[in-house]
Design a protein around this ligand. Structure first.
Ligand code: GLY
Length: 371
């Protein structure tokens, strides 16, 4: 049995790393367990978009959570950069959402109303303004909506910076077989991966799509399911897009080095993390319909990751009602990068400060039964 730590975090994706770093920063002794290196699951396939209004277009707890997350991103990035000493590409240059049909234009109008009611800066563009703003966009675009507060971050670089910062706070990262059982035993939790057991005062299940495979004794199975997303990496031969651009069937994220990430498929393929010809064809067709046909680009590669989906698309964050030493931080579906800082804060406040943020009522594991 490996000696006890305060907290074991299961999973070293962006969520596990952000949670571990925050817990370490606040003085806890933390061990992160995963069966592969940090950020090698869904995180490595993420385009790193920070775009709540593009992902959620109606009022409610989900929008509230993602907007709070966006609000704390500047401070989070400043902290990670300072604590790790590593620069992380991060841009808040806004998004341009394109409309190619009357229905899509009407939807942009409704989104604009929702944002105006919240006092958020956004601007509707007609077809000519779209082309002045982004000359590479297809002439079929009838208009667009610029949302200035949105942005993007290099998800893998950010995860590495979180690992560096966490290590500086004494966090240990252990690559070991996947954890399959968590048992509460008196004042401890025993975490078992079949070859080794680890003991801690608390455990955080941040295993993403695999969260349901971590069985907590006495608790129901976490209802997280994998939703594959494939992401195409293009390289522009001429001028790149200026800002993140949403077409009808894809989004496009431009990088300073001329890269353009095109995402993403939404597939129910179980735990299959491979890329497919069909996925590549879909993404190339979607990008070609969004941009000028003569836009010059080469294909650099394609990658795939498994988003952790939940029955209501909201993440599962908060303490277990049936195993009080177990905390969940999973099910972030399409918004893992955006929600990483707020998740870390909510989990650390609950575990170390004894404070349950009111937001946790919407993300509570108990909404799915005996969790
Ligand atoms: N956040 C975009 C996606 O999951 O594809």
């Amino acid at each position: 049995m490996t000696p006890s730590t305060d907290i074991i975090v299961i999973g070293s994706g962006i969520i596990g790393c952000a949670v571990a770093c925050e817990l370490g920063r606040r003085g806890a002794s933390v061990r992160v367990l995963d069966d592969r290196m940090a950020g090698m699951g869904a995180t490595q396939a993420s385009a790193g978009m920070l775009a709540p209004y593009n992902e959620i277009d109606e009022e409610g707890a989900h929008l509230e959570l993602t907007l709070r997350a966006l609000d704390c991103f500047d401070a989070f990035m400043a902290g990670v950069t300072a604590d790790s000493g590593q620069p992380v590409p991060y841009h808040r240059t806004g998004t341009l959402t394109l409309a190619f049909s009357d229905d899509a234009a009407a939807r942009l109008g409704r989104l604009l109303e929702l944002m105006r009611a919240r006092g958020v800066a956004a601007q509707l563009l007609d077809a000519d303004e779209v082309r002045r703003e982004e000359p590479a966009v297809s002439p079929a675009a009838r208009g667009g909506l610029v949302i200035r507060s949105h942005g993007y971050v290099a998800a893998t670089v950010l995860t590495q910076a979180l690992v560096t910062a966490a290590r500086r706070y004494g966090v240990t990262f252990t690559v070991a077989p996947r954890v399959h059982t968590v048992r509460q035993h008196r004042d401890e939790v025993v975490v078992d991966n079949g070859t080794e057991t680890f003991v801690a005062a608390h455990v955080v299940n941040a295993a993403g799509s695999w969260a349901g495979q971590v069985r907590v004794e006495g608790a129901a199975v976490v209802p997280v399911h994998p939703v594959r997303g494939q992401l195409l990496h293009l390289k522009a031969s001429g001028p790149n897009l200026r800002r993140v651009t949403w077409g009808e069937r894809c989004y496009l994220v431009p990088w300073d080095d001329g890269s353009l990430l095109v995402g993403a498929t939404v597939e129910h393929a179980g735990f299959d993390e491979r890329t497919t010809l069909g996925g590549m064809r879909e993404l190339i067709a979607a990008a070609a319909a969004t941009l000028l046909p003569e836009w010059h680009a080469t294909v650099v590669g394609v990658r795939a990751g498994l988003r952790p989906g939940t029955p209501d698309d909201l993440p599962i964050i908060g303490p277990s009602a049936v195993a009080p030493r177990v905390m969940y931080a999973t099910g972030h579906y399409r918004n893992g990068i955006l929600l990483a800082p707020i998740t870390a804060t909510l989990v650390a406040d609950a575990l170390l400060g004894g404070t349950l943020d009111p937001m946790l009522s919407a993300t509570s594991p108990a909404r799915f039964g005996a969790l």
